[in-house]
Design a protein. Sequence first.
Length: 131
Amino acid sequence: MTNRITAAEFLSKRSTTGGAKKGRVRGTKAMVVDGIKFHSKREGNRYAVLRQLECAGIIENLRLQVPYELQGADGPILTPTGRNMIYKADFVYFDKRINAEVVEDSKGWATDVFKIKKAILAAQGVLVVES
């Protein structure tokens, strides 16, 4: 014989077990910098550093959440719903020190989906730098 509990009892037991609260990705906490909401503290802190570099004239044309359409050998890669698959870079800027545009993503750890998208972008000629 098995013991049965109601849904309300299950939820009350689950919430008191001390488990980690679910965040956006592995417990990241959102933060606001210059009135802009970032998904993680790492991303917000990196933005603050990049803004300082831009003010110092080391980088220019800092852009946030820049979309890149993912292309395969036979055309655009589609999502299961039929839309074109998009990768959004956290930061894109022109670095005067290396005289090149930099595509940057702030990651504490690379997810499987990110690794796949990064590889697809590399095949398209877009190198993504992790910070």
